[in-house]
Design a protein around this ligand. Structure first.
Ligand code: GLY
Length: 358
């Protein structure tokens, strides 16, 4: 993690290539900005790199059909089991290219070069790969640990403000579930982070990856404590689905954390003062803490969307709820079953106009 990480990547790939050739996969926007220049730099350093395989940017591409099209291109290029995939992009690219790598010739290595804050701080690490299937998010996928993850924060300079704020939601989430001192540091670093100071970005990303690595090492296959990383996500996925995916993931996660922290106040003793600190930090980072006026999806449609989420067990909703900022409950199961009445109340509080409504 840091600046100049791509130079290190070039050196390490030249010295010990995970596969030959290297096949870069990127969306058509990031291909021009980052994947093509990186491929040229690697070739210059003596690494065998095929042309960048591209797909249209956006969540709509994260489907089985895009994976099949990429695989058709691998077939045409004669790519075999000695190759490795280089995933250059945000969360969609990492999930899609990781999935391609995990099934191509029964699995070839993947190297992640995340270019968005969401991907750097969360998605690229931990081996989850997936595509959506008929609107069901991440329904088809695998666990496939990467050969390496190289997060160069200088790539964040080209990230649109809205996507940067989305990434900040995952940074706040990671601190909230696993690192109280990171949370305190974030509260004091808002201005530097909004100004995109590279040192502050590198500190935040590295701290998040340490938290995530600790959790994933203990529960790689997501059977227990890894669910901590889903704090805010049960409600977030419902908001995304009920808004027909018009509400961006990070904003939905911010709202989801506000709703689920309210549930935590009742279920785990999460202090009300910590709920206020969470809302204050999210608002300072430009993230919503109340449902946007004029877009109040009915509680009923949010409840239905939440129940159909893949994390619901037998139609019953479960949320990963912290005990306090930076601390999850002890034991392997960090989730609580949530009944409709409690969820409706928490969603209702999100719709209420508060001091920081937007
Ligand atoms: N992004 C949540 C996880 O990797 O488990």
């Amino acid at each position: 993690v840091g600046r100049g990480v791509l130079e290190r990547l070039a050196r390490e790939l030249a010295a010990e290539p995970p596969g030959r050739p290297l096949v870069p996969i990127s969306d058509d926007r990031v291909a021009v900005l980052h994947a093509e220049p990186l491929a040229r730099r690697l070739r210059h350093g003596g690494v065998e790199v095929l042309p960048v395989l591209r797909f249209p940017a956006g969540e709509a591409s994260k489907i089985r059909e895009t994976k099949a099209r990429l695989e058709d291109q691998l077939l045409r290029l004669g790519v075999g089991r000695d190759a490795a995939i280089l995933a250059v992009g945000g969360g969609v690219t990492g999930d899609l290219a990781g999935f391609v790598a995990s099934t191509w010739c029964r699995g070839i290595p993947v190297v992640h070069v995340p270019t968005s804050l969401v991907a750097m701080a969360d998605a690229a690490l931990g081996g989850k790969t997936a595509v959506n299937a008929r609107g069901a998010k991440n329904r088809v996928g695998t666990f496939h640990q990467p050969w390496g993850v190289y997060a160069d924060v200088s790539l964040l300079a080209t990230l649109p403000d809205a996507e940067y704020a989305n990434g900040m939601a995952e940074v706040v989430k990671t601190a909230a579930v696993g690192d109280a001192s990171l949370f305190r540091w974030l509260e004091g670093a808002v201005e530097r982070l909004l100004a995109r100071a590279p040192a502050a970005q590198a500190h935040a990303v590295e701290a998040c990856l340490r938290v995530k690595a600790r959790i994933v090492r203990r529960d790689e296959r997501d059977c227990g404590r890894r669910a901590a990383l889903n704090f805010g996500h049960t409600v977030a996925h419902a908001i995304e689905a009920a808004s027909a995916y018009r509400e961006p993931h990070g904003r939905a996660v911010a709202l989801g954390m506000c709703a689920e922290a309210r549930l935590a106040c009742r279920r785990t003793g999460f202090p009300a003062s910590h709920l206020r600190r969470l809302e204050t930090l999210l608002a300072a980072l430009g993230l919503p803490t109340r449902l946007p006026a004029g877009r109040r999806w009915g509680t009923r449609s949010l409840l239905a969307a939440a129940r159909s989420d893949k994390k619901a067990r037998a139609g019953r909703l479960r949320c990963a709820l912290p005990r306090r900022l930076g601390r999850m409950p002890a034991g392997d199961d960090v989730t609580c079953e949530i009944d409709d009445a409690a969820l409706s109340a928490a969603l209702g509080a999100l719709a209420a106009r508060g001091p920081r409504s937007d």
